[in-house]
Design a protein around this ligand. Sequence first.
Ligand code: NAP
Length: 246
Amino acid sequence: MSITTSQVAIVTGASRGIGAAIAERLANDGFTVVVNYSGSAAPAEDVVRKIEAKGGKAISAQADVSDAIAVARMFDSAETAFGRIDVLVNNAGILKTLPLAETSDEEFDRHFAINAKGTFNAMREAAKRLQSGGRIINFSSTTLALNMPGYAVYNGTKAAVEAFTHVFAKELRGRNITVNAVAPGPIATDLFLNGKSDELIAQFSKMPPLERLGQPDDIANVVSFLAGPDAGWVNGQIVRANGGVA
Ligand code: NAP
């Protein structure tokens, strides 16, 4: 690849799951990586150590993405440490499935604060700070296309993310920055696996015609493409990476 080692990527929610795989993949691609987390400090440090062990460059950065001041501080730290920011991957997110009628105000607010406002907070900072040639990669979900019971609030947050993606791509006209989103299907991470029976997990695994559960690397591969030189003409798109589920 033709990425220089001086390009810098911030990956939110990179202590575990899909974000950790993205951080490691972008480091392999040559990016210096900011490994964001909110509470999982030790796992985030492990990701940094794994990257360094392979000769890559990374730092961890604690920031709750729902907190605009903390997000601005994280961008400040990245600029101070590395002098530039080229890529933002808005991966941090939460999911608790519940029928809409049983969802508390607190759960509704928490989902929108992290998934929607968190994405907004980081995009707003990125607009001020990303270099020409930069990339913003947001996270939606294939659940938005499936309309399964229990996903109303989560899907609402991801619908907001898709709307932000389409509009922001146009608002950044003239900046040479692309804005896209990835919408994974079921991926074997805590977010998907927690609280599901083996039987239910087996059902989800059979949904795609490729008949398996996605793995974090399946999504990291897509993010690597969108962040890399070959995706320069892909802008304002939602990429469903789900083995053909929808
Ligand atoms: P995960 O395994 O639960 O990991 C979530 C990551 O987000 C962790 O690193 C967590 O760090 C971080 N995080 C959570 N709240 C945060 C906050 N307020 N501020 C900063 N970081 C925060 O989830 P995942 O499955 O990898 O999901 C990643 C993204 O993919 C999410 O946007 C999710 O909606 C989307 N997605 C996942 C699936 C799937 O099946 N797994 C499918 C479609 C879409 P801490 O532990 O430090 O909080």
